[in-house]
Each structure stands twice: as C-alpha cells, then as structure tokens.
Design a protein around this ligand. Structure first.
Ligand code: ATP
Ligand code: MG
Length: 237
C-alpha cells in the first residue's frame, strides 16, 4: 500500500487577529491548506484579504490565536526565535517579504546576502562564494552590483536579490510574497523560470501574487483568499 508523501506545509484552522481583546480584528479565519513536496501553491486575493498575514503566520511572525502550522511534519505554531533559526539552518524554510528591504540585511552587500545563508548551512566559504555568484548570474544581476548594499539598488534589483537569497540554498519550502511585482516583463519571466526549475528539483513554493498571470503559469494549485477566508482551492491547469 502506497502512502502519500507527508506535506511539507500543513496549515489547519488558522486564525490570526491584529490588536487585543474585543477590538482585535480577525485577519484570517479557519484557513486550512497543505502543500506536498515539490508543489507550488499560488495564493491570490484582493488587497487586504490576508495574503501577507498568511505568510507571516506560516513563518511565525504573527501570533496565531487558533489553529496550527506544521512544517515538514513538525508543529511550529509555538516556536520561538531560536527554533526558527534552527529551521533556517537546516535549510527547511526561506522567504521573501512583500517589501524586499525587509528580506535583506541593510548592512550586507549583495554578494554577502547570498553567501550568508550558504555559510549558515556549513557550506565551505569558497564554494559558498562560487554558488552565490552563479545564482546572481542566473537572476541577471551584473557583477558591478555585487559590492552594493540593499539601499543602493533599484526596487527591481533588490527584489531579484531577495529572491536569489531565498532560493540559493534550495530549501524544501519557500514563501514568496509578491516576488515579481517590481520587475519588468523580461526579468519577471526569468524569475518565474527559476521558480519552475526549483519546483522540478523538489522545492515547495507558496507564491503570493496579485497577478494571476504570473501565478497561473507557475502554480500547480491556486488558493483564493477573500476577507480572511480561504474561499477556493483548485488546480491551476
Ligand atoms: P495586499 O495585497 O495589499 O498586500 P494582503 O492580502 O497581503 O494585502 P494583509 O497585509 O494580510 O493583506 O492584511 C490583512 C488585513 O489585516 C487588512 O485588513 C490589514 O489592514 C490588516 N493588517 C495587516 N497588518 C496589520 C497590522 N500589523 N496591524 C493591524 N492590522 C493589520
Ligand atoms: Mg500583502
């Protein structure tokens, strides 16, 4: 008898409230979703529907008032900072925030931003530097940008650095909140190609976007959020 592979991400009955007590407004209610190894799930929904809140809840960045989040079979709902660092060190989960400046350390150069996650995983320095450069080349960032800080880049360059940083270690799960919104169409196509290649190598992706066009060509399934509730999950193709 064959068992289905256990999900990389399993969200169950998730509820998130911002603010306290009776005035606390719920941003997510009863959200359940699970993602298989190598699967890409696109999340769409109008502005304010709770997409970024879902990303933050999965990454332990907002308090979850009900429900649970499991990553790689492990219940991470009550994890503290140290445990989250452990997950990242083991190469389990990476992320790109909606605001790429928040995904990047303002004091790390482009090159060091990509080398750091590899070093954290114990990749030898020389190999890490080579892999970082190769990945930057894949997202078409010219060598002259390698020494710059995030504050010295254009919005689109910054977004490509943030995406490259999240993907360079080939983690098992990547959460991407609007990863291509600041890119022109040529760069967008390139980044979407890289996402597809990663999926082929077994990485699971949560891909949040306003742009159904970017998601539809990339995702296996699409989840629709409406006013904090998951109203539909269906095959993309
Ligand atoms: P967008 O497409 O504009 O990025 P979104 O779907 O990502 O929107 P969220 O950022 O998750 O939406 O916001 C969901 C709801 O929670 C909105 O009503 C928003 O105003 C509210 N909200 C988000 N962050 C906070 C916060 N830090 N404090 C209070 N309310 C918040
Ligand atoms: Mg958002």
């Amino acid at each position: 008898e064959e068992e289905a592979p256990s999900p990389v991400l399993a969200v169950e009955g998730l509820e998130v409230r911002y603010g306290r007590g009776r005035r606390g407004r719920s941003a997510l209610r009863g959200v359940s979703l699970s993602i298989a190894p190598g699967e890409t799930v696109g999340v769409i929904g109008e502005t304010g529907s709770g997409k970024s809140t879902l990303a933050r809840a999965v990454l332990g960045l907002v308090r979850v008032s009900a429900g649970s989040v499991r990553i790689g079979g492990e219940d991470v709902t009550g994890f503290g900072n140290r445990q989250w660092r452990g997950l990242r060190r083991r190469g389990v989960v990476q992320y790109v925030f909606q605001d790429p400046l928040r995904s990047l350390d303002p004091d790390l150069t482009v090159e060091d931003s990509l080398t750091e996650p590899l070093l954290i995983q114990g990749v030898p320095r020389k190999e890490a530097a080579e892999r970082a450069r190769a990945f930057l080349d894949r997202v078409h960032l010219p060598e002259e940008l390698l020494g710059r800080l995030p504050g010295e880049l254009s919005g689109g360059q910054r977004q490509r650095v943030a995406v490259a940083r999240a993907l360079v270690t080939e983690p098992s799960l990547v959460i991407l909140d609007e990863p291509v919104s600041a890119l022109d169409s040529a760069n967008r196509v390139q980044v979407l190609e890289i996402l597809k290649e990663l999926r082929a190598s077994g990485t699971s992706l949560v891909f949040i976007s306003h742009d159904l066009g970017s998601i539809a060509g990339t995702a296996d399934r699409i989840a629709v959020l409406y006013r904090g509730e998951l109203v539909e999950v269906g095959a993309a193709r």
